[in-house]
Design a protein around this ligand. Sequence first.
Ligand SMILES: [Zn+2]
Length: 106
Amino acid sequence: MPETRELIEQRLKSLLERARRIDDHRRRPAPADSEEQAADAETDEVLTGLDESTRQEIARLRAALERLDSGDYGRCVRCGAKIPAARLAAIPEATSCVKCAAGAGG
Ligand SMILES: [Zn+2]
């Protein structure tokens, strides 16, 4: 699904660009001793200034790209059903079908 990948990558890119801008604004000396952040990639350090929802969306988009790579993309993580194309078009990073998303809020 090359189109889907492009869509997700574009979204991810724009979020990361926004993150970078926010980071430029909020740049300040960060403690170098944070164990959790030490192991992560440079993009993650950009995200520290972002609000939770943006970080979660970035994480979901990254997960979706991984699922594209592994071939799991488009399958519900809860019940294994195929996620309808219309839902994926609306929410490319969706990991569950409509039924499961409605039942579990995610
Ligand atoms: Zn499901």
